[in-house]
Design a protein around this ligand. Structure first.
Ligand SMILES: [Fe+2]
Length: 308
């Protein structure tokens, strides 16, 4: 039994030495900068989270992730167990936060009580015609060029020093369930895709992926859900035309099944666009998977060396 059950990932934080440059990248990536002063930049998506991406002025680097608790009562439970204070969250949407650090020292904020803004408009949905089903009759499809419409943050991937220690830390506190554990041999696992325990409510195949790799602990990537496949492809063209660095994609993952497209921000942090991922209930359990399944694709280019 975990201390609490978190509902979702909330936002990610980075440090960067040039907020104007980050602002330009976020515009091309499809996040909306909603607040900016001389030392911080806050961006949101089209969904109801008030903030998804925070940049603070400083040497470039990952500065932590935030998870969303179900209630202020859960936050109080966590704070009491950890001996950590509940403090106001200094970000758009307000709310409260408890700041923890995982076994590798990654800053993990747990937030609750944020005010949800109204959803921003998305492109009108257009049905797909296939040979099995002609669903768009008499309507022309026209995809507007421009950045993807990022709706929400879906997951974060962390490289960890000790998979089992990190797995225990995250599961004991937040109620994560294993969707797929990456087994190198029958007795050695190096990572796991973890999802939230939302009971009967289907939730993303992974909200957090932790993996023990050759490079030691650190940030791997953060992944943002976009409106749909057309929206992802339009955004790909926009990022390419703007001269940003593509890392991997477009393809379809095996584990989680998402259509993915990985890019680098101006300081080399990997941010992913994705759509059409698997959604699982708590009762659907999990299984073991191989490295080949982790890095393989259902279609699309092979993983580059930077992803291995
Ligand atoms: Fe991902």
């Amino acid at each position: 039994m975990s201390l609490i059950k978190i509902e979702d990932i909330a936002f990610v934080r980075f440090h960067a030495p040039d907020l104007a440059r980050m602002h330009g990248f976020l515009d091309d990536f499809g996040l909306q900068v909603i607040a900016r002063d001389d030392r911080r930049l806050f961006a949101r998506g089209a969904g109801r989270a008030p903030v998804l991406h925070v940049t603070e002025l400083g040497e470039p680097g990952f500065a932590g992730l935030a998870l969303r608790a179900g209630s202020l009562a859960d936050l109080a439970t966590l704070a009491a167990a950890e001996g950590a204070p509940v403090a106001p969250l200094d970000a758009p949407g307000g709310g409260q936060v408890v700041v923890l650090h995982d076994p590798d020292g990654h800053r993990v904020e747990v937030v609750a009580g944020q005010e949800a803004p109204a959803e921003a408009p998305l492109p009108a949905p257009a049905a797909w015609n296939s040979v099995r089903e002609r669903r768009r009759l008499g309507d022309l499809k026209r995809v507007a060029p421009g950045p993807s419409h990022v709706v929400r943050l879906g997951h974060c991937v962390l490289n960890v020093a000790d998979f089992r220690a990190s797995e225990r830390w995250y599961k004991e506190r937040f109620g994560f369930i294993t969707s797929d554990e990456i087994a190198v041999t029958p007795t050695l696992s190096i990572g796991a895709f973890l999802r939230c325990d939302r009971g009967e409510t289907p939730t993303d195949h992974h909200t957090l992926f932790i993996v023990q790799g050759p490079h030691g602990p650190g940030f791997n990537h953060a992944a943002f859900e976009v409106a749909d496949l057309d929206d992802l492809m339009a955004g790909h063209d926009r990022l390419k035309a703007a001269g940003h660095t593509s890392e991997w994609g477009v393809g379809r993952h095996i584990l989680g099944s998402q259509v993915f497209d990985y890019w680098r921000d101006p300081w080399g942090h990997t941010l992913e666009h994705w759509t059409d991922g698997d959604l699982l209930t708590a009762a659907q359990g999990g299984g073991a998977a191989s490295l080949m399944e982790l890095l393989g694709v259902q279609w699309g280019p092979h993983a580059p060396p930077t992803m291995a």
